[in-house]
Design a binder for this molecule. Structure first.
Ligand code: PRX
Length: 696
């Protein structure tokens, strides 16, 4: 596939010895664990001289940020963004945990992402290469994208949308999704993007919670080889009884809602019902719109978007982000973590704009930095399983940002698929959303990255707005499986239950100890829940809900949500840790582990694994043998305490539409309970398939 020569530094015996020794002798803290298979990983990958020579981020960034953190961010903000009115204040933390950043400055977010690049002479640079699932494509230069957004902004104004109004966006991954978001931002309104895979009920709950005035949707979009309708879901959502009894309208009469118009992009050409009182075609409105629109400045703390994410309770949280601080950290991280050279790089984040990754690393970060990027409408396996690799070859993508779950799926299918494409344009790979197990990390680098590309494993959350923990390529020696170090300008700690920082070689709870520019500013309409969820565990410090561990160097290894951490005989075990062990077995492609209640040990480890495609032939006879082998494998790698009580070989794992494994459902199965709510699964049939394979 590639003629690149490998520059990885392979593990030295010395590395192996010290790491193995140190991690075995760990003593636990109340929040920690002394069993950590992840830390047995000893491969190290130093940046190559070639990469280092042109790297955007250098060691010096850490030094610059080591003093006054808010001042560092102020400097970055002035360098990276255009401020209509320069700020004189950086951080206002006088009313914690409600932060204000750069709050006496004014800016326009869309101007920063569009007009200023055109003014700087880069109007002819491609901003967007869009690839539709059926193979159609469209490209927009920065000038063209600016022109579209100006027209769309005028349409919004003509529909009565103004500063602070909420606009729900329910679109496929088409250019209009980005254009809509930027148009909303341009007029100081607030977008609430709802992932196109969500149901009418979920859409309605989000419309109601934010009292959205306008919905922007499409007739349908292409997914899995066919048109998936969207407009009918909007119609159904608006016909439902309202959900907004606490905030907003308070009116629950069916069909009564806050929406005054539905703007519909024509994409799928599927037939749609039309309500002349509400519905307008996007193309008609844009064709008649005034092409001139001058971006007005808004205060730095003007709300930019609400994005809903699930919490520990059933009701999704509307995470609120504002303008100046968010855009600063989006631009800073996109530039430094992805080593962006906007003149030459072609960047592709595979995320949908319905998720935070799509907000920060498809829309705001890349466009603020004047990047050229690729976006793709469909699924990775349509019309063939090499679709992603074909797109990389076609557009000569140099930076790829994807999720570990996708990487593991490709691993399962085998390297012959990517090997058939020219991927030599790739020079940097990113990972996000869940811990990436070392085997997947190394496969990603070897097979997709030609054995040379750095991989940045980026930890962050909807709430953090932008990347918080990641290697800096060109600076950091990489450790597969570890997100490694807080970015410059951030104070991230691992604490024990009492709130004390844990020593190296031990685990605890991940906390952000100081405010950061792109932090959430609250939960829409529910300030108490904001304080309670994030700031009650360790007052004044943000509790991320993740377990983490420091290794002997002080690098951070994420252990998964603390609600996914099991307690077996008083020992804490991470699902991620046991999964990593299972996946390191040559027969295992993917694994999910849950803690099932157990009379003797409190909880017991139950594993569900998918075996590699090539090995499935005579599987039925072998199931018992392989299950036993895997139990021994985990016990040998981690310790007897971690040996799974059961290992079920299954055909599928239950995943949400964003690719996260729904362990709750597996726990139901493992505990012999009736399976709970499966409505957020990408494929609601999957639990039947799993139950079937367990019963075999
Ligand atoms: O548990 C962490 C995991 O994803 C959670 C945040 O999910 P969400 O808000 O949907 O945002 C995902 C995209 C940023 C975190 O609490 N997570 C995210 N990135 C990583 C990760 N876990 C381990 N390693 C990561 N790189």
């Amino acid at each position: 596939m590639t003629s690149k020569t490998s520059t990885s530094t392979s593990t030295t015996p010395a590395d192996t010895q010290t790491d193995t020794h140190d991690t075995r002798d760990t003593h636990t803290t109340p929040a920690g664990t002394n069993i950590d298979n992840l830390l047995h990983e000893t491969r190290r990958f130093a940046p190559s001289d070639e990469f280092r020579a042109t790297a955007v981020a250098t060691e010096e960034l850490y030094e610059r940020a080591s003093g006054d953190r808010p001042a560092f961010w102020g400097e970055q903000s002035k360098t990276l963004l255009h401020w209509h009115t320069p700020f004189t204040r950086t951080l206002d933390w006088s009313n914690p945990p409600f932060a204000k950043w750069f709050d006496d400055g004014t800016l326009n977010v869309a101007y920063n992402c569009l007009d200023r690049h055109v003014k700087a002479g880069n109007g002819d640079r491609i901003a967007l290469n869009w690839e539709g699932e059926p193979g159609d494509s469209r490209s927009f230069t920065y000038s063209e994208l600016t022109a579209e957004v100006k027209k769309a902004a005028n349409v919004l104004i003509s529909l009565g949308i103004g500063q602070g109004d909420r606009v729900a966006i329910y679109l496929p991954m088409i250019p209009e999704a980005l254009i809509s978001m930027l148009a909303v931002a341009r007029i100081g309104a607030v977008h609430s993007v709802v992932f196109g895979g969500f149901s009418a009920e979920s859409l309605r709950a989000r419309i109601d919670d934010a009292s959205a005035k306008l919905v922007i949707t499409a007739d349908g979009g292409w997914r899995k080889g066919k048109v998936s309708p969207l407009k009918p879901a909007v119609d159904a959502a608006l016909a439902l009884p309202g959900t907004n009894t606490a905030t907003g309208t308070g009116d629950t009469t069916p069909g009564t809602h806050t929406v005054t118009n539905v703007l519909v992009v024509k994409r799928g050409n599927n037939p749609v019902d039309w309500n002349p009182d509400l519905d307008l075609w996007w193309h008609d409105e844009l064709a008649n719109a005034n092409p001139e629109h001058e971006a007005q400045p808004f205060p730095a703390e003007n709300p930019l978007f609400i994005l809903y994410t699930s919490g520990t309770t059933g009701k999704p949280k509307g995470i609120l982000h504002t303008s100046g601080g968010y855009l600063t950290q989006a631009a800073f991280t996109h530039k430094n973590v992805f080593d962006l050279h906007p003149e030459t790089d072609v960047y592709w984040s595979t995320a949908d704009v319905g998720w935070i990754t799509g907000h920060t690393y498809v829309v705001y970060g890349p466009l603020a930095n004047g990047a050229t990027q690729v976006i793709y409408e469909g699924t990775p396996d349509v019309p063939h399983p090499g679709r992603w690799w074909e797109i990389i070859e076609k557009y000569k993508v140099s930076i790829l940002y994807a999720a570990p779950t996708a990487i593991r799926t490709f691993m399962k299918l085998g390297r012959q698929i990517p090997d058939a494409f020219d991927l030599t344009s790739l020079r940097l790979l990113g990972s996000v959303g869940e811990p990436i197990n070392p085997e997947a990390w190394v496969w990603y680098r070897d097979v997709i990255g030609g054995g040379t590309t750095p991989i940045v494993d980026t930890w962050w959350q909807t709430e953090t707005g932008a990347i918080m923990i990641s290697a800096l390529p060109g600076v950091t020696t990489l450790k597969p499986g570890s997100a490694q170090v807080p970015l410059p300008g951030l104070d991230i700690q691992v604490l024990d239950d009492q709130g004390n920082p844990v020593p190296k070689n031990s685990g605890g709870l991940l906390v952000v100890a100081e405010p950061w520019p792109s932090m959430l500013r609250g939960i829409w309409g529910d300030p108490d829940r904001f304080v309670e969820t994030y700031y009650s565990q360790f007052p004044g410090r943000y509790f991320a809900g993740d377990g983490a561990r420091l290794d002997r160097d002080g690098d951070i290894w994420l252990l998964g949500r603390v609600d996914d951490v099991m307690n077996v005989s008083g020992h804490r075990l991470s699902t991620a840790e046991i999964e990593s062990s299972l996946v390191s077995h040559p027969r295992v492609a993917e694994a999910a582990v849950v803690g099932a209640s157990d009379e003797t040990t409190g909880q017991a480890v139950v594993a569900f694994v998918i075996v590699r495609a090539s090995q499935e032939g005579d599987l039925v006879q072998e199931i018992d043998v392989l299950s036993a082998e895997l139990r021994v494998h985990v016990a040998t790698q981690i310790g007897a305490i971690a040996r799974p009580r059961q290992v079920f070989i299954v055909a599928e794992l239950p995943k949400t539409r964003s690719g996260k494994i729904m362990r709750r459902l597996l726990r139901d199965l493992a505990e012999g309970r009736e399976i709970g709510d499966t409505t957020t699964l990408a494929d609601t049939q999957v639990m039947n398939i799993i139950s079937g394979s367990i019963a075999r």
